[in-house]
Design a protein around this ligand. Structure first.
Ligand SMILES: [Fe+2]
Length: 337
């Protein structure tokens, strides 16, 4: 019998894994050659903690080109009409997933505006978002109601006020085990005025920083890049101090960004490159001609995202017009397959 020579080669893989806590490889994709590989034919060496293919300049360049080519030119390109959060058609779901692939976010408009917290959770589960973050201010079901709080613990947190919120990703104060990978914001009622969001895909931020200086990425990957001091109240410590990188990577290659532009209660690594990287990011976020989208959610509209960068302008409630948003945070990422 004739023996076939087996040639060993280095390839860069995007590995799709199961959404459950158990690691299970569902699919292996050779990114450079755009082909699916039968898992049984290869040995896989995983280097997920450093972004895998992002480290290879050729692979990165290809990925960058595709990302920029597919990125929406304006926010209208990621808006999708849905009939009801409880009954999203296959076509509507496909449109939402396409938007998420292009920008890590989609804005839906619900024809049936009668939506409650349970409907948000049901809608989320259709995208593989099931593991909710039951944080301090969430309701028992894990979904928060963002509105101006007049009493209780919520009065101490800016999201529950009418004040503006600076740029951030959600849960930047969570440790790695409780990393927030996806967020849904559903607008039940808009304010009389204000309450607009600015939105940016973290992958665009990554590309911009790497274009400006690849060392900015290294600075933002440092495990002690950004430290959030412990959260304490009169009774003691609510949360211990949390240190971590700005950029980290899933085994499947996706970029996760942890960021807050707050001036107080953030300790940045005291290092010239980190400072320069922060300045570079700030310039991008404030660039009126840059890739940032601006959108004011109306009643019945919502944002589903892989925890993108966002902020909020201040708002004013009017008589019978108290802003109310349902917010659900997940440990899962949006399932796009
Ligand atoms: Fe947020």
């Amino acid at each position: 019998m004739q023996k076939k020579a087996v040639k060993q080669r280095n390839i860069f893989l995007r590995i799709r894994i199961s959404n459950s806590e158990d690691l299970a490889i569902l699919e292996i994709h050779d990114i450079r050659n755009s082909i699916l590989i039968p898992a049984g034919f290869i040995t896989v060496k995983i280097s997920g903690d450093k972004g895998g293919f992002l480290q290879d300049e050729t692979c990165y360049r290809e990925w960058r080109k595709k990302r920029l080519r597919s990125y929406p030119q304006n926010v209208e390109e990621i808006r999708v009409q849905v009939d009801s959060l409880l009954n999203v058609t296959a076509r509507q779901k496909a449109a939402l997933i396409t938007a998420c692939k292009r920008a890590n976010m989609a804005i839906y408009h619900c024809r049936n505006a009668a939506v409650d917290r349970a409907a948000v959770a049901t809608f989320a589960s259709g995208f593989g978002l099931t593991r909710l973050d039951h944080h301090l201010c969430a309701n028992a079901d894990g979904v928060s109601e963002l509105a101006v709080a007049s009493e209780g613990v919520r009065t101490t947190y800016v999201p529950y006020s009418s004040r503006s919120l600076s740029w951030h990703t959600d849960g930047y104060y969570n440790d790695k085990e409780r990393q927030i990978n996806a967020v849904i914001l559903h607008c039940a009622r808009s304010a009389a005025t204000g309450g607009e969001n600015a939105l940016l895909d973290p992958e665009l931020a990554y590309i911009h920083l790497r274009d400006e200086d690849p060392r900015f990425i290294t600075a933002f990957e440092h495990p002690e890049c950004m430290t959030i001091p412990a959260n304490r109240d009169a009774l003691g410590e609510i949360r211990a101090a949390v240190s971590g990188p700005v950029f980290s990577y899933a085994l499947s290659g996706e970029i996760h960004m942890r960021y807050s532009a707050r001036k107080r209660n953030i300790q940045w690594r005291d290092d010239a490159l980190t400072t320069a990287a922060r300045e570079c990011l700030t310039q991008l976020l404030e660039d009126p001609n840059g890739p940032v989208f601006h959108y004011r959610l109306k009643a019945g509209e919502g944002l589903i995202s892989n925890n993108i960068l966002h902020n909020r302008t201040e708002f004013n409630d009017g008589p019978g017009q108290q802003r109310l948003l349902y917010r659900a945070r997940f440990f899962d990422r949006i399932r796009t397959q």
